[in-house]
Design a protein around this ligand. Structure first.
Ligand SMILES: O=C[C@H](O)[C@H](O)[C@H](O)COP(=O)(O)O
Length: 271
């Protein structure tokens, strides 16, 4: 499907993202958030080459990238792709598109992963997992030589947690209240948080991840400061499996906005 955007608007910015800059001049073309997601996704698929092992992300943005890869395979414009899905949902989508699939056991090194994110800070640190798929995503994207993140501009934040929405932590179901309490205690040293069990079904039961675990969503009260130190403390808690901060993992972030597409590369971002 043809995209309604002007490729001349694709820019590659060497400075940190300035989210305080004045709004762009009015554009005659109003794109929906989903169209922006698709624009970012299609741009990311330009990085894909025949023969690659690809990490296939999860969520409403990554879904467009997976669709596009399927389309290019069908058209014969891509060949010999092996996809490694980051969730059962993506696996189902990829299978329906005829994308050949494998896993990290068979392919411990992934050439390129493409995935969405819930937040991106100016240093390209991410929050992921609001859709519940953070563990497999972190394993596969952590094993990738290149990790391209695709977002619409609403995902850009000044600091991790800055959207005031959930920072997910995957935990084992055993005594989840105890682990949620420990997470609150840890976070007291970093500005405090509310920590709530994520619920999934109509009957108010806990959301269960593809790995059979629960998710506690942390709502931060302040900028946490030293993210590496928060990460280490959270991961030291015995009931915690993984958290949704993806620190220093993204090599490129593609941001689609009303004015076009900006591309941020890790090595051109600040600090
Ligand atoms: O668990 C979900 C994943 O981390 C998603 O990549 C993330 O939540 C972004 O999803 P979306 O593209 O739907 O905003």
């Amino acid at each position: 499907m043809a995209l309604a955007y002007d490729p001349l608007f694709i820019t590659s910015d060497k400075s940190p993202i300035d989210i305080a800059s004045p709004p762009p001049p009015p554009s005659s073309m109003i794109l929906t958030q989903d169209e922006l997601k698709r624009i970012a996704a299609y741009k990311a698929v330009d990085f894909v080459k025949s023969g690659m092992v690809l990490g296939l992300g999860t969520g409403s943005t990554a879904r467009h990238a997976v669709d596009r890869i399927g389309e290019l395979l069908r058209q014969g414009k891509l060949e010999n792709i092996v996809g490694i899905p980051t969730s059962e949902k993506t696996e189902e989508q990829a299978l329906s598109l005829g994308i050949p699939l494998s896993d990290l056991d068979a392919h411990p090194v992934v050439d390129l992963s493409i995935d969405g994110a819930d937040e991106v800070d100016p240093y390209l640190n991410l929050v992921k997992g609001r859709g519940g798929s953070l563990l497999r995503e972190k394993m596969i994207e952590g094993a990738s030589k290149e990790f391209v993140v695709i977002v619409d501009e609403s995902k850009m934040v000044r600091h991790i947690g800055g959207s005031r929405m959930a920072l997910p932590v995957e935990i084992v179901p055993f005594c989840w209240r105890f682990t949620a309490g420990k997470l609150r205690e840890v976070m007291e040293g970093y500005g405090g948080c509310e920590a709530k069990l994520r619920l999934g079904g109509e009957k108010g039961e806990a959301f269960v991840t593809d790995n059979g675990n629960y998710i506690v969503d942390m709502y931060l009260e302040k900028d946490m400061g030293d993210l590496r130190s928060v990460s280490d403390e959270i991961l030291r808690l015995p009931g915690v499996v993984e958290h949704g901060m993806f620190l220093d993992m993204a090599s490129t972030v593609i941001i689609a906005g009303e004015l076009g597409v900006r591309i941020k590369n890790k090595h051109s971002s600040c600090c």
